[in-house]
Design a protein around this ligand. Structure first.
Ligand SMILES: *Cc1c(COP(=O)(O)O)cnc(C)c1O
Length: 219
């Protein structure tokens, strides 16, 4: 199967999952995760009409996306990997959405850079729904306090929540938890679901799914 065919198939699966969940298919955004793939692999996906992409490393994205963005208008680039505060300036300059805000230091660094650069990438808070020690994200019970800090003290506007469930667990309860936390905190955007579980995530209310290998092939 070509990358165009795989992209079409993923879009079809999103429509089907939306229909099964009684949701509007257009309310679910597809973020094509292009990490580890060079520009030559990404171009056909852009040519097929895809405009939202996800990358997990700032430096890798800097190597390919400024050029790709120049070639085609309307690209929306999402940072979906951990962010170090010394990369905040680069992240604000390149990304349109930063999904991995997960501690005060990063929130403050982003606020400073957004002010200085006059750019306002949309922001998501990453939640460590599985409380995994090695994984980034705010603990679920700290979400209200962290959101309050971001909004009221640091002055950031937060658009939604993002999670990556533990690899070897049923993702459903994690998606349900993220949806509950969002509802309790006045947020209506949920970034959840990857190649292996995006249909499940749509059932639990995902408003964007981050799909890599089902489009680009295995890494
Ligand atoms: C790599 C990655 C994805 C995509 O994973 P696939 O299983 O290839 O679809 C989604 N979200 C995050 C945060 C990732 O790092």
């Amino acid at each position: 199967m070509s990358v165009e065919e795989r992209l079409a198939e993923v879009r079809q699966r999103i429509r089907k999952a939306a229909a099964e969940a009684d949701r509007e298919p257009d309310s679910i955004e597809l973020i094509a995760v292009s990490k580890t793939f060079d520009a030559e692999y990404i171009r056909p996906v852009i040519a097929a009409g895809q405009r939202m992409f996800g990358e997990n490393r700032v430096q890798e994205a800097q190597g390919k996306w400024p050029g790709l963005k120049q070639e085609t208008g309307g690209i929306e680039l999402h940072l979906i990997g951990p962010l170090q505060s010394n990369k905040a300036a680069d992240a604000v300059a390149l990304f349109d959405v930063i999904e991995t805000v997960d501690r005060e230091k990063i929130a403050r660094a982003l606020a400073v850079e957004m002010q200085q650069q006059g750019r306002t990438p949309r922001l998501y808070v990453q939640v460590n729904t599985g409380m995994e020690p090695q994984k980034a994200g705010i603990a679920p019970d700290e979400v209200p306090t962290f959101l309050k800090l971001c909004r009221e003290v640091i002055g950031l506007s937060i658009e939604g929540l993002m999670c990556i469930p533990p690899a070897n667990e049923n993702p459903g309860p994690h998606f349900a938890l993220l949806a509950k936390l969002a509802a309790e905190n006045g947020l209506d955007r949920l970034s959840m679901g990857m190649s292996g579980d995006f249909e499940t995530a749509i059932g639990f209310g995902a408003t964007s799914v981050r799909v890599g290998s089902a489009i680009f092939g295995s890494r």
